[in-house]
Ligand binder design. Structure first.
Ligand code: NAG
Ligand code: NAG
Ligand code: NAG
Ligand code: NAG
Ligand code: NAG
Ligand code: NAG
Ligand code: NAG
Length: 408
C-alpha cells in the first residue's frame, strides 16, 4: 500500500489569478496551462524559481530532502514578537541560549518549498475556517501557524477566544473574517482525556466508536488538519462500548495497533459521510518523532535531547519513538477513503523531523507551573523531548501545509 511519490503542482508566486480563485474560468485556464507545462517537463527535474513568473511551479516529493542553515530568512517570525506564543514552546524565553534551531530551512531534494506569505494565506482564508484537530503536537503546529500570520495583522484586527469548555480555541483575523482554530481531541475519538486541561488520567478509556461530540465543532471547516499518534503509544487501551457513566457500558482492553485502527476507521467513516467534498480540504499530519534516549543516535545512555545542538545527519535515520506499523495504518485508512472518493493528504513530517534532535524544548519551557529548581537540575527526568521549540520545526510543517493548500 506504499504511497506513491507525491507529485505536487504549486502555483507560482506571480500567477495573475491567485486572488480570483472564485473565477472558475481562471482556475480551468490555469489547470490547462499548468497541465501543459507539467507534461512538457515530464521526466525532467526542475525547481521552483522565485524569479520565474507565470510558469513557476514544481513537481517533487517535498518530504525527502535536507535541512539547510539559513539565518537570513529564518526564523520566519520572532519568538518574543508573537503575541500568542505558548510558554510550553517558548524556549528562548525560558533560558535557551543556543538559538540555531531557529535557522533551518527544509530543502526538498527535487525542488524548493514555496516561500510562506502570510498575506497570501490570509487572502486564501478569507471567510473561511482552518481548523487543527488533535493533540499537543498539533496544537504546537497551530501556534506556529498563528505566529506565522499574526505579525502581519494590526492588534485591533485580531483576537483569540475559547469556546466549548476550552476545547476549541479560535484565532480570528477580523479584516479577513478568517479563523485559525485548534480543537483538543488527542485521540480524535472520545476519551476520558478530552478535557483540555485535566487530561492526565491514569486509566485511559477510549470510546473508539464515538466521534460526533467532537466532530460537530469542525465538520464544516474549510481546511482540516488532523493528527493523533502519541497518546496511543501503549501496549493496549481500555475501550468502552456505551457512554461514560452508563452502568451497562462494556469495557474491554484492545491491543495496539488494532485499537488505533478502530479509532481511525470511526474517524474516516465520519469524514466519508459528513464532509462536503466540494468545500473541505483534508490533511493528516504523520507521527512526530521523539528524542528521549540518546543511545538511539549514538549518544550517552541515559541522556536525552537535553543540550543537543546538532542534527542527526544520517539520511533516513529513524528513532524508535516512531512506529512504522502505526503510520501504515494511517496510510491504509487514507487509501481506503480515497477509493470512496475522499482525499486526505498526508503531511509526512516524520522523516524530516527525525533529524531534529536539537529542536525540542528540553527544560526550556513552562507547562502549567514553571519547572522547579529540582526539575531543572534533573533534565534526565524532566526534559521535554517530544514537543518542539518555536520558531522551529513545526513552522516547516506549516510551510508544507501552505504548499499543499495552494497546490490544487
Ligand atoms: C515519508 O517520507 C519519507 C521520506 O521521503 C519516506 O521515506 C517515507 O516512506 C514516507 N512515508 C510515507 C508513509 O509516505
Ligand atoms: C549567520 O551566520 C553566519 C555564520 O554563523 C554569521 O557569520 C552571520 O553573522 C549570521 N547572520 C545573521 C544575520 O545572523
Ligand atoms: C506577500 O504577498 C503580497 C501580495 O502578493 C506581496 O505584496 C508581498 O510582498 C509578499 N510578501 C513577501 C514577504 O514576499
Ligand atoms: C465569515 O466566515 C464564516 C466562516 O468562518 C462564514 O460562515 C460567514 O458567512 C462569513 N461572513 C461573511 C460576512 O462573509
Ligand atoms: C461544559 O462542561 C459542562 C460540565 O462538564 C457540561 O455540562 C457542558 O455540556 C459542557 N459544554 C459544552 C459546550 O461542551
Ligand atoms: C459538488 O459539486 C458537484 C459538481 O459541481 C455537484 O454536482 C454537487 O452537488 C456538489 N455537492 C455538494 C455537496 O455541494
Ligand atoms: C530504543 O532503542 C534503544 C537503542 O537501540 C534501545 O536500547 C531501547 O530499548 C529502545 N526502546 C524501545 C522502547 O524500543
Amino acid at each position: 500500500m506504499a504511497m506513491k511519490v507525491h507529485q505536487i503542482v504549486v502555483l507560482g508566486k506571480n500567477l495573475g489569478i491567485r486572488f480570483t480563485f472564485h473565477s472558475l474560468v481562471a482556475i480551468l485556464t490555469a489547470i490547462l496551462v499548468v497541465t501543459a507545462i507539467y507534461f512538457t517537463q515530464e521526466g525532467r527535474e526542475w525547481s521552483y524559481e522565485k524569479t520565474m513568473s507565470d510558469e513557476s511551479l514544481s513537481k517533487c516529493n517535498m518530504f525527502s530532502g535536507k535541512w539547510v542553515f539559513d539565518n537570513e530568512s529564518y526564523p520566519l517570525y520572532k519568538e518574543q514578537e508573537c503575541k500568542f506564543m505558548s510558554d510550553q514552546l517558548a524556549c528562548e524565553k525560558f533560558g535557551r541560549k543556543d538559538l540555531s534551531y531557529q535557522n533551518w530551512r527544509w530543502k526538498p531534494h527535487q525542488c524548493d518549498l514555496p516561500r510562506f506569505n502570510a498575506t497570501t494565506l490570509l487572502e486564501k482564508l478569507r471567510n473561511k475556517r482552518l481548523v487543527f484537530v488533535g493533540d499537543s503536537l498539533n496544537r504546537g503546529q497551530w501556534v506556529s501557524m498563528v505566529c506565522l500570520v499574526e505579525s502581519s495583522i494590526p492588534s485591533t484586527l485580531k483576537s483569540m477566544h475559547t469556546i466549548a469548555n476550552g476545547s476549541l480555541t479560535i484565532f480570528k483575523a477580523k479584516e479577513y473574517n478568517a479563523t485559525i482554530e485548534f480543537y483538543w481531541a488527542p485521540l480524535l475519538v472520545e476519551s476520558n482525556s478530552d478535557d483540555p486541561v485535566n487530561h492526565r488520567v491514569s486509566d485511559r478509556i477510549v470510546r473508539v466508536q464515538a466521534i460526533e461530540k467532537h466532530a460537530k465543532y469542525w465538520t464544516d471547516a474549510d481546511i482540516l488538519v488532523f493528527n493523533t499518534y502519541l497518546w496511543w503509544r501503549r501496549q493496549a487501551m481500555n475501550v468502552l462500548w456505551g457512554s461514560f457513566g452508563d452502568p451497562n457500558g462494556v469495557y474491554k482492553k484492545v491491543r495496539m495497533v488494532r485499537v488505533y485502527e478502530m479509532a481511525l476507521r470511526t474517524w474516516s467513516d465520519w469524514l466519508e459521510v459528513h464532509i462536503n467534498r466540494n468545500k473541505t480540504q483534508l490533511f493528516f499530519v504523520s507521527m512526530s518523532p521523539t528524542h528521549q534516549s540518546a543511545n538511539e543516535w549514538g549518544g550517552t545512555k541515559g541522556e536525552n535531547c537535553y543540550k543537543e545542538r546538532d542534527q542527526i545527519i544520517e539520511e533516513g535515520y529513524s528513532g524508535n519513538g516512531s512506529v512504522p506499523k502505526m503510520m501504515q495504518v494511517v496510510e491504509n485508512v487514507i487509501h481506503d477513503l480515497k477509493t470512496r472518493g475522499l482525499k486526505v493528504e498526508m503531511l509526512n513530517i516524520t522523516q524530516l523531523s527525525e533529524y531534529r534532535k536539537e529542536g525540542h524544548p528540553s527544560i526550556h519551557r513552562k507547562q502549567w507551573e514553571p519547572l522547579t529548581e529540582e526539575e531543572v537540575s534533573n533534565p534526565k527526568s524532566y526534559a521535554d523531548c517530544i514537543h518542539w521549540c518555536l520558531p522551529g520545526v513545526p513552522d516547516t510543517w506549516n510551510e508544507l501545509l501552505y504548499a499543499y493548500v495552494f497546490s490544487r
